[in-house]
Write a protein that binds this ligand. Structure first.
Ligand code: FRU
Length: 485
């Protein structure tokens, strides 16, 4: 209710730098807490927001509830980096305005620089309403954003569309992507159509406050009633344009052409960016012209486990995303090599058809395998294994798919225990597979093309072992392992 809400905003929720660091320190012993994937200092994190390289610094804002490890009255948390892989906490950058259209939350949005000033365009939540709002950074370090006076900058969703809403509730209409072309902004917003499914709508404008509705930019191919497309983003490449949306479960991408005159996207192909826990990503352009994407890695355990842990949510590694020859490429940014500490294994191993434990331990590791599974032989990498069971996670490498088998990852019944698989049938072999383990985060990349991120929650302190196995006929594996820090 209103009184609770006012109290929540007024009580001392951790928002300043020193407070955030105290909270972060208090959680330092949690072995499932990632070390090099950005996490909230404590409490709740969801989508990345306002990714931007500004004045020599990378800025990552994110959906943050300073009040607890659950989604409520989100603020914009803030972290900065010089190299995309070492992040530092900054004070909370945007706080809901108790009398504004964002009083129930500063939801997801993007950031752009205009004549040296940085602006955030985001969704203000109030009493269930979702309205586009604008805020301006108070300094070059983007320490805080101040809401403009004439919010919301769009005061109602397009009346021409019958947008999805729960009976008696305002329509779903949220999340923002700005693309500038020929002096004009294209402003993409996510929504759903009543009784149909996902849609991306567009507005155009020349400043950031006056917007003209330009029509639906992309509509789902098939009916999927109840689905809202969240967090649309349009990335333009010399070889083709990429539009992605988050459909409540995964990130769906479309490769094709954005017709700027008509504000329409015409897709040629489509797919899922990552079959795992990766959601609501955003991208920035580096000074050397790479499009780098970061996504929210959702928790895959129960709400009560999140309360016990005191934190929820992590960011993915930054991945470079490109469209080449009509196909999508995803690989970790080269800067992740700066996280490498000692090399724990190097060289070629010949395995017979047995499992082998390696003399390597760790919860923050990069394992790089070059391996050619044959139709008869599966090859596997085992991580976070406790010495005599019962916990271990197997990355099962087969000719057509790479599967993360989580059936024994954790004895905690609240941890998700299903398999997550990525299709690699069309990739050339031998496969070059890079896996990044970081506490409860496991991300893997195959041939710099396919990505899979997932979450595991071992309970045993000694679940730090690493192993390999091969099926009948054995296998030869090139393996490098680094401890990451
Ligand atoms: C996606 C999302 C967005 C929304 C934000 C609220 O995870 O639901 O659509 O703006 O999170 O935190």
């Amino acid at each position: 209710g209103d009184a609770d809400h006012e109290t929540a905003l007024a009580t001392g929720r951790p928002k300043t730098g020193p407070e955030l660091l105290r909270y972060r320190d208090a959680l330092a012993d949690d072995p499932n807490r990632p070390r090099f994937h950005p996490t909230p200092p404590a409490n709740w994190l969801n989508d990345p927001n306002g990714l931007i390289h500004h004045d020599g610094t990378y800025h990552l804002f994110y959906q943050y509830n300073p009040g607890g490890p659950y989604h409520h009255t989100v603020h914009w948390g803030h972290a900065v980096s010089d190299d995309l892989v070492h992040w530092r906490d900054r004070p909370v950058a945007m706080t809901p305005d108790p009398s504004g259209p964002d009083r129930d939350g500063c939801w997801s949005g993007c950031a752009v620089a205009v004549d040296g000033d940085v602006y955030a365009l985001y969704t203000g939540g109030r009493d269930g309403w979702q309205r586009p709002c604008l805020a301006r950074a108070t300094d070059d370090d983007l320490t805080a954003f101040e809401q403009v006076d004439d919010n919301p900058v769009i005061d109602a969703p397009p009346p021409a569309l019958d947008l999805l809403s729960t009976p008696g509730e305002p329509a779903h209409f949220r999340d923002h992507c700005l693309v500038r072309e020929d002096g004009r902004w294209h402003h993409l917003i996510g929504a759903g159509l009543q009784d149909y499914g996902g849609v991306v709508v567009s507005y155009t404008g020349t400043d950031l406050t006056e917007w003209t509705y330009a029509g639906p930019t992309l509509v789902a191919d098939e009916a999927e009633p109840g689905v809202v497309w969240e967090c649309p983003e349009l990335l333009r490449y010399p070889d083709g344009d990429l539009l992605h949306v988050s459909d409540y479960s995964h990130v769906r991408y479309f490769i094709g052409e954005f017709d700027a005159d008509e504000s329409r996207f015409v897709p040629d192909s489509r797919g899922t960016l990552d079959p795992g826990a990766f959601y609501a990503p955003q991208s920035l352009t580096t000074p050397d012209g790479r499009e780098v994407m970061i996504g929210w890695l959702r928790e895959e355990r129960s709400v009560s486990s999140q309360w016990e842990a005191g934190w929820a949510g992590a960011m993915s590694l930054p991945r470079e995303v490109a469209v080449i020859d009509g196909d999508i490429r995803q690989r970790p940014v080269r800067e992740v090599e700066r996280l490498r500490r000692e090399r724990l294994h190097e060289g070629t191993l010949t395995l017979d058809d047995a499992a082998r434990r390696l003399p390597v331990e760790g919860t923050a590791l990069e394992c790089r395998l070059r391996v050619d599974p044959t139709d008869a032989t599966e090859v596997g990498l085992v991580l976070r294994a406790s010495p005599d069971g019962p916990e271990s996670t197997s990355v099962r490498i087969r000719p057509d798919r790479v599967v993360v088998d989580r059936t024994e990852s954790s004895v905690d019944p609240a941890a998700h225990a299903d398999d997550v698989a990525v299709d690699v049938a069309d990739l050339s072999r031998p496969f070059d597979i890079r896996t990044f383990l970081d506490g409860s985060v496991l991300e893997l990349f195959v041939n710099d093309r396919r990505a899979l991120s997932t979450r595991i929650y071992p309970t045993r302190a000694d679940a730090t072992g690493v192993g390999l196995y091969a099926g009948p006929g054995g296998a030869t594996i090139d393996l490098d392992i680094w401890r990451l820090g």
